[in-house]
Design a protein around this ligand. Structure first.
Ligand code: ADP
Ligand code: ASP
Ligand code: MG
Length: 410
């Protein structure tokens, strides 16, 4: 039995017209003799009635929500509804389909509600259902704990559901269908000239995704990479093959894509920069700050430590909590809200001189102030003001001629 996994995001299953495209992709795979696991996200986007953000509004999240456990119970319904709607449509098309919740599909998670970790996937029920069905529609983004509590696995988690099923069943390929034509050189809603990439490495897209390219969840990429399963990210509305995510050597086009200097530009907004100054002899207080942030569950990034103090960033929604903690510790933090992180990612930038200076030049030419910067082997990050994001991402996209990426590649 050949099993293929297809995952369809919220907009792909939003309306009957969009679902016609979904059904067409499923039919095509069935003709090729595959059994299919179809993972779905909740229907549409806010204000659609069953979209995840609409469900959050029902309980006035985040202002008035008390129980993380009940929030998960609520959110899981979005994907469950979607799985039933799609399996019903498949049945109307004379396809032997059935729907399963994440728990029924064998997802066991820990009890870290709202961002639970998948501990195990037991595909026994799915394999059993394949005796009488050709398509199993699985509600994405959820699982259950050992004690039967329903959990969700973090925003964008349906991609991870698909990858985890792929790894558990050792499938030949995972297909992620979405509203754009694959993984692109930048978010096409920000950069008009962004182009789809034919091939990217797991590492490149993982970095891009961690830096804000939400076209695929980074955890999904990590799982597929460990299991050595290729992913295709492609459009629900087109027949194009989209982007292949794979290891670095791509034999059929005989190109080592790890040579690519910059593959794409990602951005992430809603970031606050925090500066805490201290006397040099008080440097032992530095660890108190990060310990207190960790204890409060505030994730810190862009950390810069010097004898005169620390600078770091936090998600904007945690700003009030962080100020409170720092003031309680006796500090007077300097807070810079409405910041954004822009990242250039490329497996080939390691050791290549001039990449950082090109970034600085491109941004200063546009009059954009760099508040902070950092780099690793494959990524250079800059922190800027949120108002400059569009200009900055476009400037870097132009500076590295990413609108011509395929011509550079082949
Ligand atoms: P889905 O509901 O299908 O999971 P998402 O909204 O989570 O879809 O992800 C698709 C969106 O990701 C696109 O509409 C696009 O705006 C955004 N995006 C951000 N960065 C990129 C990128 N580098 N390539 C493609 N899309 C991107
Ligand atoms: N519906 C969930 C979300 O909006 C999961 C997903 O779409 O992958 O985050
Ligand atoms: Mg998504």
């Amino acid at each position: 039995m050949q099993i293929l996994i297809q995952k369809f995001g919220g907009t792909s299953v939003q309306s009957p017209e969009n679902r016609d495209h979904v059904v067409a992709h499923i039919k095509k795979a069935l003709v090729n003799d595959y059994k299919l696991i179809v993972v779905v996200s909740a229907l549409g986007r806010k204000p659609d009635p069953y979209a995840t953000d609409t469900l959050l509004d029902l309980v006035d999240y985040p202002a008035n929500y008390n129980s993380k456990r009940e929030l998960d119970l609520l959110l899981s319904c979005g994907e469950v509804i979607s799985s039933i709607v799609l399996s019903n449509e498949l049945q109307k098309n004379h396809i032997r389909a059935t729907a399963l919740t994440g728990a029924q599909a064998g997802f066991l998670t820990n009890d870290d509600f709202n961002k639970a970790k998948i501990k195990q996937v037991n595909p026994e029920r799915i394999l059993h259902e394949f005796k009488t069905h050709d398509v199993i529609v699985v509600a994405g983004f959820q699982g259950q704990t050992e004690t039967g509590e329903i959990t969700t696995i973090g925003r964008g988690g349906s991609d991870t559901t698909a990858a985890a099923l792929g790894a558990a069943l050792k499938v030949e390929r995972i297909e992620i269908f979405t509203d754009v034509n694959g993984i692109m050189t930048a978010d096409p809603s920000v950069v008009e000239s962004a182009r789809p990439l034919d091939v990217v490495t797991y590492t490149e897209i993982c970095n891009l995704a961690y830096q804000g390219a939400k076209v695929i969840h980074p955890r999904a990429v990590e799982i597929a990479m460990q299991a050595e399963i290729p992913i295709r990210v492609r459009s629900t509305y087109l027949d194009d093959l989209g982007t292949l995510v794979t290891a670095s050597r791509v034999d059929d086009i005989d190109v080592d894509i790890s040579d690519r200097l910059v593959t794409g530009i990602a951005h992430m907004d809603k970031i606050t920069q925090v500066k805490v100054s201290m006397n040099e002899e008080e440097h032992y207080l530095q660890s108190d700050i990060f310990k207190a942030m960790a204890e409060a569950g505030i994730s810190v990034d862009f950390i810069n430590i010097s004898p005169s103090g620390v600078i770091y960033t936090i998600p904007t929604e945690t700003t009030a909590k962080a100020i409170n903690i720092l003031e309680t510790l006796g500090f007077k933090p300097e807070i810079n809200e409405n910041c954004a992180k822009v990242s250039a990612v490329g497996a080939g930038m390691t050791g290549v001189p001039g990449v950082a200076s090109k970034i600085v030049q491109a941004l200063t030419d546009k009059g954009i102030q760099i508040l902070q910067s950092a780099d690793s082997h494959t990524t250079i990050w800059v922190l800027i003001k949120e108002k400059d994001v569009k200009l900055a991402v476009n400037a870097l996209h132009d500076a590295f001629a990413l609108n011509k990426i395929n011509e550079i590649l082949v």
